[in-house]
Design a protein. Structure first.
Length: 219
């Protein structure tokens, strides 16, 4: 299956670089390019891409508003820079499936596109700590009744996902198969009404399911 991608960035050189990287992949096709947020929404409506690569700072319609408008139409992978913590926070709250730094390794970009297309989401490892810290600063919302439907093992997996561990790392830590971890993650998403593991991170920190101290743990 070919993943249909729309590139949305106001810088022509960034769009050209992304197009060059993506066009070399046999399973990815760039179907359109947008130079501002409003254009990105219009083109997404017309072309119905699987994934939109979206800069969060866009003219005419900012990236966060564009992400909100695209909810339910396609998955959005956000691009950003280190000085945009508030934009990152807003983009994820608006429904972005993941985000990367603009200077990320091309291999990570390709992995992220494929992960987002599969519904998994991906957070750039370089900014995971900053993101978690931002959410941890907030006063947690009361736990929802949906949490009661999670098994003890699913709750444990949820906390590990919130700390940024991959499925393989969780499997090693809990001494279970990676396939079993994937099943637990899928059940967590379904029970909590979430779309990707990125939103599991948001949910966990918004509801105080993990401590600020434990976010610095290493696998």
């Amino acid at each position: 299956m070919v993943i249909r991608v729309l590139i949305a960035d106001d810088q022509p050189e960034v769009r050209d670089a992304l197009h060059t990287i993506l066009s070399a992949e046999p399973d990815i096709a760039v179907v359109a390019e947008a130079a501002n947020g409003a254009q990105a929404v219009t083109m997404a409506m017309d072309h119905r891409p699987d994934v939109v690569i979206m800069d969060v700072r866009m003219p005419f319609l900012d990236g966060i508003s564009a992400i909100t408008a695209l909810a339910g139409i396609c998955r959005v992978l956000t691009l950003t820079t280190f000085d945009l913590d508030d934009y990152l926070f807003g983009a994820l709250r608006a429904g972005a499936a993941g985000f990367l730094l603009k200077d990320s390794d091309p291999a990570l970009l390709l992995d992220a596109i494929r992960a987002v297309h599969r519904g998994h989401g991906l957070i750039d490892p370089q900014v995971t700590g900053r993101l978690i810290g931002r959410f941890a600063e907030l006063a947690p919302h009361p736990a929802t009744t949906e949490l009661d439907s999670l098994t003890d093992r699913e709750s444990e997996v949820l906390r590990h996902v919130a700390h940024g561990l991959t499925n393989a790392e969780i499997a090693r830590r809990l001494t279970i198969g990676e396939g079993t971890v994937k099943t637990h993650v899928a059940r967590i998403l379904g029970k909590l009404g979430l779309r990707t593991r990125v939103h599991i991170v948001i949910y966990a920190y918004e509801h105080g399911l993990t401590s600020a101290e434990s976010r610095t743990e290493q696998p």
